[in-house]
Design a protein around this ligand. Structure first.
Ligand code: GGG
Length: 360
């Protein structure tokens, strides 16, 4: 019997533990397909683009690679970063070489507690945390503008410039995205983060766009917070937050802080969305390649599996996505935890437990 819905998934494990956690996520997708009784099919094509590939071929993505990716319904990405390649080369060579041409301008990063997990913020199971960090993912500090050796003088006197780019359209689309998202949530609130007291051009533009857009959403509570104050607020008043929207760099930093406060970077999921669906969107754990634990079989697969759940949402399968999230929660609630959350389970054991929970 042919599947009623068949999805083409491009998997890019990338570097380090990327392969281990993507393999875990694909096992969960296999279980989702199996449980559908043949109604769903995920046709996965793996692309071996990584720092090892770069060292062999001189590029991360081969000629025609993006066109090939474009034929897929979604991209499932592991991690990029290797001790053998400078980080700015690997980031621009692979992750940003996909997010930017595919205009994946909205990066959403949910931050929630998992049952059975304690953290610096959570000492007991009765405290809740439910945020979504919305990261502007196409411009800002990641516009790649600037240069080196601008002084024209010799060694010791070099000048480098790194320019942030904020366009009115870019600010408006991500801020509207945050408001639309807030309207779907229990607490309809948007916190806009900038550093507009110091960065008096682009971030003031962001503030002005925010002030204009919020007029269209009178039902949504709002606040403007400077990024330094927001870091403190994450720690001191987590209950006051729902949707947090910020520039590319600020949201990247804040979401790492958020996931650490929820327990570990290992549980953080993300979606790089092209909301117009002109290009495939990309789903990846927030964590990097973790070369220190690569190959030891102890990587936490929860961030990658939760990212697969975000991919299911995007593919129009919200019930399946919720089932995966419930399986993760049932597993952590039963005390099966990875090493970074103070448990004993290795990648294989934790993945098996999540698959079992999904089947029950
Ligand atoms: N899975 C995410 C990943 O590999 N990230 C690598 C990294 O260095 N990211 C930095 C960034 O995206 O700003």
């Amino acid at each position: 019997m042919a599947a009623q819905q068949s999805f083409a998934i491009a998997s890019i494990p990338g570097d380090g533990i990327g392969g281990e956690v993507i393999d875990a996520g694909l096992q969960v997708l296999d279980a989702v397909a199996e449980l559908s009784g043949g109604a769903l099919e995920f046709r996965v094509t793996e692309f071996p683009w990584s720092s090892a590939y770069y060292r062999e071929h001189g590029r991360y993505i081969p000629e025609g690679g993006l066109e090939e990716l474009r034929r897929h319904d979604a991209i499932y990405f592991g991690a990029v970063g290797s001790p053998e390649v400078p980080d700015h080369v690997s980031l621009w060579g692979l992750r940003l070489a996909i997010t930017q041409p595919f205009d994946q301008w909205a990066n959403i990063r949910p931050v929630t507690f998992l049952p059975g997990v304690t953290s610096p913020l959570r000492k007991a199971d009765d405290v809740e945390l439910d945020w979504i960090v919305v990261r502007e993912n196409s411009e800002g500090e990641y516009a790649g503008l600037g240069g080196r050796n601008l002084s024209g003088r010799g060694p010791g006197e070099e000048v480098a410039v790194q320019t942030s780019l904020h366009t009115e359209k870019g600010c408006e689309r991500i801020i509207r995205f945050a408001f639309d998202l807030a309207r779907t949530r229990q607490v309809a609130k948007v916190s806009s983060v900038t550093k507009s007291n110091a960065q008096q051009h682009g971030m003031v533009l962001w503030d002005e766009v925010f002030a204009r857009v919020k007029e269209d959403y009178p039902d949504v509570e709002t606040e403007r917070v400077l990024v330094d104050a927001m870091s403190a607020k994450f720690v001191l008043h987590p209950e006051q937050l729902s949707v947090v929207v910020a520039s590319n760099l600020h949201a990247d930093i804040l979401s790492d802080l958020g996931s650490a406060l929820a327990g570990s970077l290992g549980i953080a999921a993300s979606a790089n969305l092209n909301p117009e669906r002109r290009f495939p969107s990309m789903f990846e754990p927030v964590h990097g390649s973790a070369p220190d634990i690569t190959g030891r079989g102890i990587a936490n697969p929860i961030g990658a599996i939760a990212s697969a759940a975000l991919m299911l949402d995007h593919l129009g399968l919200p019930a399946e996505a919720d089932a995966v999230r419930a399986a993760i929660e049932a597993t952590t609630a039963s005390g099966i935890l990875p090493l970074d959350l103070g448990g004993q389970a290795d990648t294989r054991q934790l993945t098996q437990a999540i698959v079992e929970a999904l089947r029950n």
